[in-house]
Design a protein around this ligand. Structure first.
Ligand code: PLP
Length: 431
């Protein structure tokens, strides 16, 4: 019988077959090491073909909250899949989307009134930028179209998201094509007055300020003081600029509070969510906005419609997964675990404080980070890849951002597993 599947594929293992047909994200392709086939996950563990177990110390790119293959979430997705797996979301609706929007609005930090669905973190920020820029256009103030953003920020990989992200190695090939953005440093006691005056002098042209509250993830787990950020937000709000909190990474407990914006008095007008939204099980993005923003779209002029959407907008399976994840997150046990990881991180950071070869040891909630003092502080610093390789031999998966080592485990992590992560780090930094 004719088979379109070449015979030689059958004799190759999965990693070899992968290398023939797959292009991996954020991965140098030349001389790429064999990717590791993972056959299952359980709790904080990833399990390979040989049965080796690895503690997922970075929650699989910051998405996983409650552990891998969680039976409660899996069961909910299964039942939803047998009921309604997908339906066009223009002119139709469904219970998981409505229920999720209601629940999110009740817990989000601010006065949000509308939930706009998309399908990942980049689309959630892309939607936020378009929503904010068109807000001013609808209000007949098209001159307000510049975006204010932080140096070292990362908001995703689509063109709008790249434009408002730091000009870095991630964006190098596209710089001429990115729109102009006013970049400012994150606030410190020394620079806060200067930054505020940049905002005040450009305020009339600025549509929106997009920021990763308290932790800039991909930019190197850079942490900002909440009091200073709050002070900056006050100035931004005073200038009538729309505040967009990108909580794609910080949302759902990562920083200790449910949202990083909970640490500040000044709440955003738009908030972007993804990653932990579904507990890390399915692709879903959310952009929530206040009623004041939504009102600008309630117009008779059809051209003022928000013409944006994705095929899988509000996918019922993803919304169901998000509802199940919220059920688990709202259990007192889960918030206790988050607080406990935070305490362990503080204790471990104190232990690391005296070690030579490390700098800038910091922690907030479930995130712990520091730099290895070797070579340049940058994403291309090769030490990260070698630390990943050594760490895997110890049964712990980490993926440093260049020389920035960090941990961000799932909330279900056990005491023994967390100790293994810390022991592993201590071994790695024995220079
Ligand atoms: C703060 C932030 N925004 C946006 C994104 C983009 O999300 P995604 O990778 O789902 O497109 C990320 C991804 O790391 C992120 O950390």
């Amino acid at each position: 019988m004719y088979s379109a599947f070449p015979l030689y594929f059958c004799t190759m293992n999965l990693a070899e077959r992968d290398k023939k047909v797959i292009w991996h994200p954020f991965t140098v392709q030349k001389n790429m090491a064999n990717p590791l086939p993972i056959i299952s996950g359980k709790g904080s563990l990833l399990i390979d073909e040989q049965g080796n177990e690895y503690i997922d110390a970075i929650s699989s790119w910051w998405v996983n909250l409650h552990g891998h293959a969680h039976p409660y979430i899996a069961e909910k997705i299964y039942h939803q899949a047998l009921t309604l797996e997908q339906v066009i979301f223009a002119g139709f609706t469904h219970a998981p989307a409505v229920e999720l929007a209601e629940r999110l609005i009740s817990i989000l930090p601010g006065n949000f009134s509308r939930i706009f669905y998309s399908d990942n973190g980049s689309t959630s920020t892309e939607v936020a930028l378009k929503m904010a820029i068109q807000f001013w256009w609808n209000k007949n103030m098209p001159q307000r179209k510049k975006i204010l953003a932080f140096n070292h920020s990362y908001h995703g990989d689509t063109f709008g998201a790249m434009s408002v992200s730091d000009r870095s190695v991630f964006t190098l090939a596209f710089h001429d094509l990115l729109f102009e953005v006013i970049f400012i440093d994150t606030p410190t006691a020394e620079n806060i007055e200067d930054i505020k005056s940049v905002v005040e002098s450009n305020g009339d042209e600025i549509a929106a300020f997009i920021y990763e509250p308290l932790v800039q993830g991909a930019g190197g787990m850079r942490m900002t003081d909440p009091i200073l950020l709050n002070e900056l937000l006050a100035t931004v709000k005073q200038a009538n600029i729309i505040c967009i909190a990108d909580e794609v990474m910080t949302g759902f407990g990562r920083t200790g509070a449910l949202f990083a914006s909970n640490y500040m008095h000044h709440t955003p007008d738009i908030i972007c969510l993804s990653k932990g939204l579904t507990g890390g099980t399915m692709a879903l993005g959310v952009t929530a906005c206040t009623d004041a923003i939504y009102q600008a779209y309630l117009e008779d002029d059809l051209k003022k419609t928000f013409f944006h959407g994705h095929s899988f907008t509000a996918n019922p399976l993803a919304c169901t997964a998000a509802l199940a994840s919220l059920d688990l997150l709202e259990q007192p046990m889960c918030m206790q675990q988050i607080a406990w990881i935070g305490q362990q991180n503080i204790a471990f950071a104190e232990k690391l404080a005296g070690k030579k070869g490390l700098k800038n040891i910091r922690t907030i909630g479930t995130i712990l980070a520091f730099e290895i003092d070797s070579g340049k502080d940058e994403y291309l610093n090769k030490i990260g890849a070698s630390l990943t390789a050594k760490s895997m031999q110890n049964g712990v998966y980490i993926r440093p951002l260049g020389n920035t080592v960090y941990t961000m485990p799932p909330y279900c992590i056990s005491n023994a597993e967390l100790c293994s992560i810390y022991d592993n780090i201590e071994q790695l930094i024995e220079f």
